[in-house]
Design a protein around this ligand. Structure first.
Ligand SMILES: [Fe+2]
Ligand SMILES: [Fe+2]
Length: 110
């Protein structure tokens, strides 16, 4: 039995990533972005990205939708990897927000 903190060599075909981040400040407010990605989407060089879509948390009377792909897997040691993401939400109330960060490490060193 391999636990999530044990070293995992190679790729785990079925995993997703969680993340908790604030959007950029626009019009004097931020939104929390609580996200869970799709399973891996394979790309070249035996790497993978994750698709994600959803709504940021309601704030200041509105929400925003987003659809984005993460960057490729980056190994961070201990058999885990992360992905960067960097995208804009859709517009609402005449503004949009930037969401930028790193997701939670998931098992597999690639
Ligand atoms: Fe991943
Ligand atoms: Fe907003």
């Amino acid at each position: 039995m391999v636990g999530k903190d044990d070293f995992v060599q190679g790729f785990v075909p079925n995993h997703n990533h969680g993340s908790v981040d604030y959007t950029s400040v626009n019009n004097g407010h931020v939104h929390l972005c609580l996200d869970v990605t799709s399973p891996p989407v394979m790309i070249k060089d035996d790497n993978h990205v994750h698709y994600t879509e959803g709504y940021v948390v309601f704030e200041d009377g509105h929400t925003h939708y987003y659809q984005a792909y993460s960057g490729p897997a980056i190994p961070v040691g201990n058999g885990m990897h992360v992905h960067y993401y960097d995208f804009y939400t859709t517009e609402a109330n005449g503004h949009r927000h930037l969401v930028k960060g790193v997701d939670q490490p998931a098992p597999g060193n690639k």
